[in-house]
Design a protein around this ligand. Structure first.
Ligand code: SF4
Length: 709
């Protein structure tokens, strides 16, 4: 092959993937004669320690393989066999859209609009701009007040805890401030795989090069262990106990920042009384915490002294600890610990959070405007299935319309989700791939991938970066954009003009930029605009002068004591609440983390990613030996609600007593009802936290060997 000829003839088209991965990167599609030849990154970008370029991960480069994945849906499909049987026949777009319009009208007239359920979120391709959730919300908002299945599965408990303690949900300090940290605690956070804001891992690595110490607290030695000096294995769901014991050490040894507690917090005396055991005669000492957390008491003392004295110290909390049975307490306890250490509001310190900008700051990007119909009812994404199965919905669902959401896979208790879908008379799914959710639909509509559509995309969690992701290749098969589908459905329902306002998709992109000084042409040149402002330190002004910059809590201070929590049956302080003992026969704790080769329930259709790293269950060497399981053996992981078959990865990288099955592999039920796909949510339950958050890191399993590998 002549590389010069290849270079000369290639078109280089900027695009970005819209995966809900914790970051957002620049990618270039290299296209020759309409064929996608490879995926590249832009050359010559500024790249300094303080202003790093946006570096894509393997998932972004794997988009080329996904284009031709065997599970790609290429035509509208109508179900011809039982739900889940994968028996479908192709139909025309006109027939599919006519049938959906007729079903929607019938459901609205006969059972009322709230009998129509509309689900979005965290799907096989996440939606942004004109695609996914915004396109479908706009459609329903112009047509009727339907029931919406939507909500925050990711940060429910931390948002609740911040609302109570800080008066609002704060994004945290910008990651570049980590360059000033002397100590970084990665508490259940895995930025090497999940990013948690663009370039988080870069800033941690850079801080370490400048002398910062990094400690990873996690049941697993994740890939973020590469960034750390030390790994402290911590039992899932016990974060509040470890935080309490560390705070106890700080108070007992005179290391607590009492000046900060007095000036900037409210309720610290109640928390101190809890820590010192003044009301229950149980001082929350390291010796008390050791059997709960699995962390050696001396290690707890060491951690506490370091966090209090090696200032500024950043406590970067992941979202796993708050997806536990009492996740509110984990989130509150980590914030309380940061307060006791006095690291709040310091450059290089901090209080967790996204580490990125909130919305509405740097770049004025509009969003598709909504119509007059607000949802008539809302169902949390963690509990829609029990609401159907237990007959809680009146009227009963007549139709479920799912857009950019692999609902069966992403929600806890996948087997119950399948059963719930079976109770809905008509299910429509928009999908590029034949996901487990699509397999249980009546109609599957083929949707474009990121490479086949143009859209405006903001960065994950903030809007200081704006991407113009441009269509690089023609649509495969008969796939279309979500917008295209809803525009035609709107026509059939007599709201076509309201939905499109006479605009093409390209004209909508121009309209979304109307408030901005930029035009699409400006954006098209580079594919991205970055407006990175100077790094911001969360709560810096508040720390300096809490009277002049009060929080929107009742006291204006950080409230360590919250009466709102008591209304949910929780302690009014960030006390540890025990999850309770394991159910008989299920001795191992299960965690279901995100994985570097998946993004929520996306990407399982890409065989290339499977080859890079097969889907496995992590089990500690001692637990495996006790069960005569060797690395690579096929095992069955059993939970009270379902079983999966999966290869075992026997490793010291997970603490004894804990098993890890990464989220994102797709449900694949065999005749016996076992899930050979290894979907993590086959093992989780619908149980919610006291305020309604998901509890996907509180589950118990047994592991048995099925065969030699
Ligand atoms: S998955 Fe996320 S980190 Fe990876 S390339 Fe896409 S946007 Fe970037």
């Amino acid at each position: 092959m002549n590389p010069r000829r290849e270079f000369t003839h290639m078109r280089r088209v900027p695009f970005t993937c819209t995966l809900d991965c914790g970051s957002r990167c620049e990618l270039i599609a290299c296209v020759e004669d309409g064929r996608l030849m490879r995926i590249d990154t832009p050359p010559d970008r500024q790249d300094t320690p303080r202003f790093p370029r946006l570096i894509p991960c393997v998932r972004g480069r794997a988009h080329r393989r996904a284009q031709n994945a065997p599970d790609r849906v290429l035509q509208p499909l109508r179900r011809t066999g039982p739900r889940g049987s994968s028996a479908f026949c192709p139909i025309s777009w006109d027939d599919a859209l006519d049938e959906i319009a007729e079903r929607l009208l019938r459901a609205r007239e006969q059972q009322g609009p709230i009998s129509i359920l509309h689900a979005t979120g965290a799907g096989s391709i996440s939606g942004r701009g004109l695609s996914g959730a915004d396109a479908s919300r706009r459609f329903f908002s112009h047509w009727a007040s339907v029931t919406e299945i939507a909500g925050n599965m990711s940060v429910h408990c931390v948002a609740m805890a911040q609302q109570w303690m800080l008066g609002s949900h704060l994004p945290g300090s910008d990651r570049a401030t980590l360059l000033d940290s002397r100590l970084i605690l990665l508490w259940g956070m895995n930025p090497a795989e999940n990013h948690m804001g663009p370039n988080t891992a870069h800033f941690i690595a850079e801080a370490r090069d400048r002398g910062a110490r990094v400690v990873l607290l996690d049941p697993r030695y994740t890939d973020s262990g590469m960034l750390a000096d030390e790994w402290v294995p911590l039992r899932p769901g016990t974060d509040a106990a470890l935080a309490a014991a560390m705070a106890h050490v700080m108070i007992a040894e005179g290391l607590a920042d009492t000046a900060f507690l007095e000036r900037c917090t409210d309720g610290s005396e109640a928390y101190r009384r809890y820590l010192m055991g003044l009301d229950d005669d149980i001082p929350k000492t390291p010796a008390w915490a050791e059997p709960i957390t699995g962390v050696d008491a001396e290690m707890i003392r060491r951690l506490a002294r370091a966090y209090a004295t090696e200032r500024p110290a950043a406590l970067l909390a992941g979202w796993g600890p708050q997806r536990t049975r009492y996740g509110e307490q984990s989130a509150r306890a980590l914030m309380a610990l940061a307060c006791v250490s006095g690291n709040v509001g310091l450059r290089g310190g901090g209080l967790g959070g996204y580490g990125t900008r909130g919305s509405g700051s740097e770049i004025a990007l509009g969003s598709l405007p909504m119509g007059p119909y607000a949802p008539g009812r809302r169902l949390p994404p963690g509990s829609w299935a029990p609401a159907i199965l237990e007959g809680q919905l009146h009227p009963a669902p007549a139709l479920l319309y799912i857009v950019a959401s692999n609902l069966v896979n992403r929600s806890p208790n996948s087997l119950a989700n399948v059963a719930a879908l079976a109770q809905v008379p008509f299910v429509v799914v928009h999908e590029p791939f034949m996901t487990p959710t699509a397999r249980h639909a009546d109609l599957v509509l083929p949707i474009n991938t990121d490479l086949e559509r143009s859209d405006l995309v903001t960065s994950w969690g903030h809007d200081s970066h704006l991407f113009y992701s441009q269509q690089a290749v023609a649509s495969r098969g008969e796939s279309r954009t979500d917008y295209w589908v809803f525009a035609r459905l709107a026509e059939r329902l007599g709201i076509g003009e309201k939905y499109t306002q006479g605009r093409s998709e390209q004209e909508w992109l121009d309209a979304l930029l109307a408030e901005s000084p930029m035009t699409l042409d400006d954006l098209a040149r580079d594919g991205i605009v970055r407006c990175d402002p100077p790094p911001r330190v969360a709560l810096e002004a508040f720390r300096r002068d809490p009277d002049a910059h009060p929080l929107s809590t009742r006291s204006g201070r950080i409230e360590l004591r919250n009466h709102q929590a008591a209304a949910y049956g929780l302690p009014d302080i960030p006390a540890f609440v025990d999850t309770g003992n394991e159910p008989a026969g299920y001795p191992l704790q299960l965690v279901t983390p995100h994985h570097k080769l998946r993004s929520n329930s996306c990407l399982d259709a890409n065989p290339w990613l499977h080859r890079l790293e097969p889907h496995t269950a992590w089990i500690n060497s001692a637990d495996a030996a006790a069960r005569e399981i060797a690395d690579g053996d096929t095992v069955i992981v059993e939970a009270p609600g379902g079983n999966i078959q999966i290869r075992a990865h026997v490793t010291p990288r997970i603490m004894p007593g804990v098993v890890s099955v990464a989220q994102g592999a797709w449900l694949a039920l065999d005749a016996a009802g076992d899930d050979g796909g290894g979907c993590a949510n086959t093992l989780t339950e619908h149980t919610l936290t006291p305020t309604g958050g998901p509890t996907t890191h509180t589950a118990w399993v047994q592991v048995r060997r099925l065969s030699d590998g």
